[in-house]
Design a protein around this ligand. Sequence first.
Ligand code: EPU
Length: 428
Amino acid sequence: MEKFFINGHSPLKGEVNISGAKNAAVAIIPAAILSDGVCQIENIPNINDVTLMAHILEQIGAKVKMINKSTFEIDTRYINSYVSSSDSVRHMRASCYLLGALLGRFHKASVSLPGGCDFGVRPIDQHLKGFSSLGATYSIEGGLVNVSAERLVGSSVYMDVVSVGATINIILAAVKAEGTTIIENAAKEPHIVDLANFLNSMGAEISGAGTDSIKIKGVSYLSGTKYSIIPDQIEAGTYMIATAATRGDVLIKNVIPKHLEAITAKLQEIGVHVEEFDDALRVFSDGALRKCNVKTMPHPGFPTDMQPQITALLSIANGTSIINENVWDNRFRYTDELNRFGCKISVDGKVAVVEGVSALTGTSVRALDLRAGAAMVIAGLAAYGTTVIEDVKHIERGYENIVEKLSALGADIKKVYVPDDASVLKAL
Ligand code: EPU
């Protein structure tokens, strides 16, 4: 088992480059299924979720060539199957985008029910509602979601909940449908705009992405394209908070400051300095950290994917902070792990009460999921002494070269292979 060892309590200092956005990449790679040409996609983060998504495309006949470490050339013209049901598919939430993409291309898709991080029920009813509005029928049998349509015809879809995944899937299914589709109450996250820009660069006619009403005029042909993915808002936010928690001073480069406004505003409320440049932010923290209340919301609200990280930071602020999780039902399981550092966090349903403490002490913890794992790294960097984090595979799903990037900022962090009891016993 691979573990992170962190000797904490030294300030992060220097510059860090933010990679391409995970959640844009895992939507744009399957969106290439809709292209009638070859797509060259740049600024792809080198993370496990992306490798898995590329592999899933190859399993159904796509050719994915790595041009360099952050550029893929994807040729989906010879895809020969609308069925995607491997173990890889089951392990990844974003594999549900194959439903929209394959339905859009073949008018048929059979895809395993998706997995992903576990923060409560993760339904796909809004995805299916969207497909039905376009004329598709569906069934769920033996762990497979089957959708099919004689014809896909544009229509109006009102989403009952703001869902990133459903908005993306409906765009994918509608982009080559007959006529015009309008998605009302659509999600507005930056990666939805990025997906629409990618599809438009191939000749799609999508307008309104980034607002709650998206209009998609169906087209019959999408050319190949060359496209560069936006920087990762959540990776940037994680480095912003790690800098604040260690009382550091870091220039966070290759970001879109507009995408980080909600995080910047909260950090300033906490007493952290944030200076904005065209495509960089300088974050530094030298005074006291103040309590503040946080409510997670769909974009442009405070992102749920930054909730564990800001909870770790508020654990060492003066006073008591209240965190309301408004997107997921069960996203506070990691607080038991944070409390091992000496944090004082109590949870009641979707509300956490964080009583600030003066210092944290290194300990052994688990990364329960990707962002929970990021919170453990932040707490470990801030804590006195040594922290050991298990299950770092979750962290590596979404953070490119995190050990190298933090080391370059002066952190004492190492990834170490530690044989687990089972492999030690086997070797005896
Ligand atoms: N929901 C429904 N029905 C649906 C779909 C969603 O009720 O058909 C509910 C969910 O249960 C949840 C809420 O709507 O309560 C929002 O879910 P959404 O569909 O927006 O989430 P997602 O598309 O499954 C993406 C990100 C998550 C991020 C959420 C919210 C990807 C691959 N995943 O998930 O990112 O938390 O949006 O912003 O884009 C992460 O990167 O760590 C991560 C988990």
